[in-house]
Design a protein around this ligand. Structure first.
Ligand SMILES: *Cc1c(COP(=O)(O)O)cnc(C)c1O
Length: 501
């Protein structure tokens, strides 16, 4: 249909509903109302109001939308408060110790407001101008922390999963090009790729397998390598696994070393793995989604001595640099390798327009439209500095160690490992009970009832097929007293289960 006349707009919608100079005062007013509402969220005692199936079902109904019935801003905000804000999980609350969610630092929040309000899209120079240099500068800064050379480069991503995807893609395409002269980006799949194998520890993040599948290589292309008693990849096992793969006629292409496993915070031994990868001419990727920012600490700096021997690095600022989601980066030691993802689109970044003084970041990204997430890190560094972040991380590590010391000799608990970063995996052990099946049930009961009652959120994971509980400590505002209090709740729930069953 072709409209012959201008469509009629509701009232003066163009003046009041779109953000521009005239309507900015409305944004100010609305922002104040939003802050009032959020203030209540940030002042409440509990991390969660608790789980009530009747209310959950009501929320499901209240969330439905038809796009026709509308409310005033004030009423919609109140509606949203009842539906979502009041009922959601407060990561800054010290009783939230479940997953890798951090409280955020104020300057990051300020930067988030700026980036969202201006709405910069970072992918091409003509959309982002100097914002481009801010992202580049943050990439340079973190690359320097890892002692990556000037010839390295990086790009912000949506998270560790996407960063790991880029690593596997580069590893695959680089191997194919170097060894077979095949340009996968241009010509796609070829026979040998079905034999490509990627090695990572059995405790590595699931995104390695998932990404291998997304890359068309399948879960089976990923070979899990056994870990030692500290949950680190055993280099001898790595060599055995590589040799086995070769004997089977398959092709070892890449190794992923995890710097801080999601469950245990364990660091794979980089130096040894690096020389193995070199011997077999494999790509070495370091997954530092969780542990990467610990390079800023005094306590863990030494773990990173050999980090510049790797080909690529994943780092999640939204986990361990106290940044709002999303905020993550992928670094490659040789910037030439970004050619495996670059594309020159006529409408966006024609190759004729390539200008080193005015770069287009899209040439390094697998995304097109992309948020200006780098600003958060830049503003944090500019105002707080990296030392503050280092101290926060040292503090959460210390908290994990305190919990470990508290329960390691307590007969009611069994700890799985000594904390390397800021997680601790353990389980409650009902005295006199020997069957793991029973322990599984008790620990699931503890986790689920404490969550549903809104008292504390603890994670769970499996070790050797058995259920364990996990603290992920990323809140520097937490205290030993509070964590010991959570341990008490766990023990009480465990005892309650016994008397009820
Ligand atoms: C969290 C995590 C990831 C995935 O990162 P997202 O930002 O959640 O996509 C990858 N690797 C490790 C080791 C992680 O802990």
């Amino acid at each position: 249909m072709i409209l012959d006349e201008f469509p009629v707009l509701v009232d003066s919608s163009l003046q009041t509903d779109l953000l521009h100079g005239e309507s900015f005062k409305d944004l100010e007013k609305q922002t104040n109302l939003i802050l009032e509402t959020l203030k209540k969220f940030f002042s409440k005692e509990d991390f969660y109001v608790g789980d009530n199936l009747k209310e959950i079902n009501q929320h499901k109904l209240d969330a439905q939308i038809d796009g026709e019935d509308t409310l005033s801003f004030e009423n919609a905000l109140e509606y949203l408060n009842d539906l979502y804000i009041k009922n959601t999980i407060a990561f800054h609350n010290p009783n939230y110790v479940a997953h890798l969610n951090c409280p955020v630092v104020l300057p990051a929040m300020a930067a988030e407001i700026i980036a969202s309000t201006v709405n910069t899209a970072i992918e091409t120079w003509d959309q982002s101008t100097s914002a481009t240099f801010i992202e580049q500068a943050v990439i340079r800064w973190i690359s320097n922390e890892f002692k990556f050379p000037e010839s390295s480069d990086g790009v912000f991503t949506s998270g560790g999963t996407q960063s790991n995807f880029m690593a596997l893609l580069m590893a695959r395409d680089h191997y194919a090009f170097e060894n077979y002269g095949v340009n996968i980006k241009q010509h796609g799949w070829f026979e040998e790729v079905s034999k490509f194998r990627i090695f990572c520890s059995e405790k590595a993040h699931f995104s390695i397998k998932k990404n291998a599948a997304l890359l068309g290589m399948g879960y089976d292309a990923v070979i899990p390598v056994k870990t030692d008693n500290k949950m680190r990849m055993d280099p001898n096992e790595l060599v055995l696994a590589i040799e086995k793969v070769k004997q089977e006629g398959n092709i070892p292409v890449a190794v992923v070393a995890t710097l801080g496993t999601t469950d245990y915070g364990s660091f794979d031994p980089l130096e040894t793995i690096s020389s193995i990868a070199k011997d077999y001419k494999m790509w070495l990727h370091a997954d530092g989604a969780y542990g990467g920012c610990f390079v800023l600490t005094d306590t863990h700096k030494s773990y990173f001595e050999k980090i510049n021997s790797v080909d690529s690095i994943t780092i999640d600022f939204h986990k361990t640099m106290f940044q709002p989601v999303c905020c993550s980066a992928y670094l490659a030691k040789n910037k030439q390798h970004f050619q495996y993802v670059s594309y020159y689109a006529d409408y966006l970044n024609p190759i004729e327009d390539k200008d080193p003084e005015r770069p287009n970041l899209i040439e390094k990204s697998i995304q097109t439209t992309r948020r200006f997430d780098a600003l958060k890190v830049w503003f944090t560094l500019k105002t707080l500095g990296k030392e503050t972040i280092g101290r926060y991380l040292e503090r959460v590590h210390h908290l994990a160690t305190s919990v470990y010391n508290k329960i390691k000799d307590d007969a009611h608990f069994e700890v799985a490992h000594q904390p390397e970063l800021s997680t601790i995996v353990f389980r409650y052990k009902a005295l006199g009970v020997r069957e793991n099946k029973v322990h599984d049930r008790v620990n699931m009961y503890i986790k689920n009832t404490l969550f549903k009652q809104g008292r504390t959120s603890v994670a769970s994971t499996k070790l050797d097929g058995n259920i364990y509980l996990k603290f992920t400590l990323l809140n520097p505002n937490n205290t030993e007293e509070n964590l010991f209090e959570i341990l008490k709740m766990i023990q009480q729930k465990g005892e309650q289960y016994k008397t009820n069953n």
